[in-house]
Design a protein around this ligand. Structure first.
Ligand SMILES: CC(C)(COP(=O)(O)OP(=O)(O)OC[C@H]1O[C@@H](n2cnc3c(N)ncnc32)[C@H](O)[C@@H]1OP(=O)(O)O)[C@@H](O)C(=O)NCCC(=O)NCCS
Length: 190
C-alpha cells in the first residue's frame, strides 16, 4: 500500500489524535511525570489540533489509506512542535520525509531564516541527530516534561551533506529515501 504525504484534512483529526497519543504513550510517556502525561493527552485533543493546523505555518501528514501514520507541525517558520509516527510504522523514513518537506517549505518561502528549533524528547534525540539537528541546551525538566533544545542550521541539505553524513552512517540511506519520496511542487501544507 502506498504512503500519501499531504496536508491534513478535518476528517483526519480523530486518526491524528489517536496516533499521536499512541506514539506518545509508547515512546515518550515513560520519561515524563504522570501529570505531564495527562496534560499532553489533553493538549492533543481534536479541537486543539484543528486550531493548531489552521494557524500553522506548515503542517503535513502521512496517510496509509484512511489511517494517519505520521504528522509534522511548524507553528511558525522557526519552530517545529510536533513530529510523531505511529509505533507500527517507525524506521521507514516517514518522520524524515515529513520533516524534510517542512524544512524545504521554510527554505522556499522564508529564505532569510537560518535556524529551525524544537524541544526534543529523549527518545527522539537519535532521530533529530540523524537529520542534522544539534543540542543548544542541556537536557532540562519543565513541569514534569523532559526535553533538550535542538537547532538545525539551514540550508538543510547543505548542512546535512557537510555534517550529518560524517556523524551518522545511516545518513545516505535516509537521504535517498527522502529524495525518492519528495514532491517537486512547493505547497503551503502537505
Ligand atoms: C522520533 C520519531 C518521530 C521517528 O520517526 P521515524 O519515522 O521512525 O523516523 P525515520 O524512520 O525517519 O528515522 C530516520 C533515522 O533517524 C534515526 N532514528 C530514528 N528513530 C531512531 C531510534 N529509535 N533509535 C535510533 N535511531 C533512530 C535513524 O538513523 C533513522 O534511520 P534508519 O532507520 O535508516 O537507521 C518516532 O520514533 C516517534 O514518533 N517517536 C515518538 C514521538 C516523539 O518523541 N517525537 C518527537 C517529539 S520532539
Amino acid at each position: 500500500m502506498e504512503l500519501n504525504y499531504r496536508a491534513p484534512r478535518s476528517l483526519d483529526l480523530p486518526s491524528v489524535t489517536c496516533m499521536v497519543r499512541a506514539a506518545f504513550d509508547r515512546f515518550v510517556a515513560p520519561e515524563w511525570s504522570v501529570g505531564a502525561r495527562a496534560n499532553f493527552h489533553d493538549e492533543v485533543s481534536e479541537e486543539n489540533l484543528a486550531r493548531a493546523f489552521a494557524s500553522a505555518f506548515y503542517c503535513g501528514v502521512c496517510a496509509l489509506e484512511q489511517e494517519i501514520i505520521g504528522v509534522v507541525l511548524f507553528p511558525s517558520p522557526r519552530l517545529v512542535s510536533l513530529t510523531f509516527v505511529s509505533p507500527a510504522h517507525v524506521r521507514r523514513g516517514i518522520a524524515s520525509t515529513l520533516l524534510g518537506r517542512g524544512v524545504r517549505y521554510v527554505e522556499q518561502h522564508q529564505p532569510e531564516i537560518s535556524v529551525v528549533c524544537l524541544n526534543a524528547t529523549r527518545n527522539a534525540m537519535p532521530f533529530y541527530s540523524a537529520q542534522g539537528f544539534f543540542p543548544i541546551s542541556p537536557e532540562f525538566e519543565h513541569c514534569g516534561t523532559v526535553a533538550t533544545r535542538l537547532a538545525l542550521w539551514l540550508p538543510y541539505y547543505d548542512s546535512l551533506h557537510g555534517i550529518a553524513r560524517r556523524a551518522n552512517p545511516a545518513f545516505n540511506r535516509t537521504r535517498r529515501h527522502v529524495a525518492a519520496t519528495r514532491s517537486p511542487s512547493a505547497r503551503r501544507t502537505g
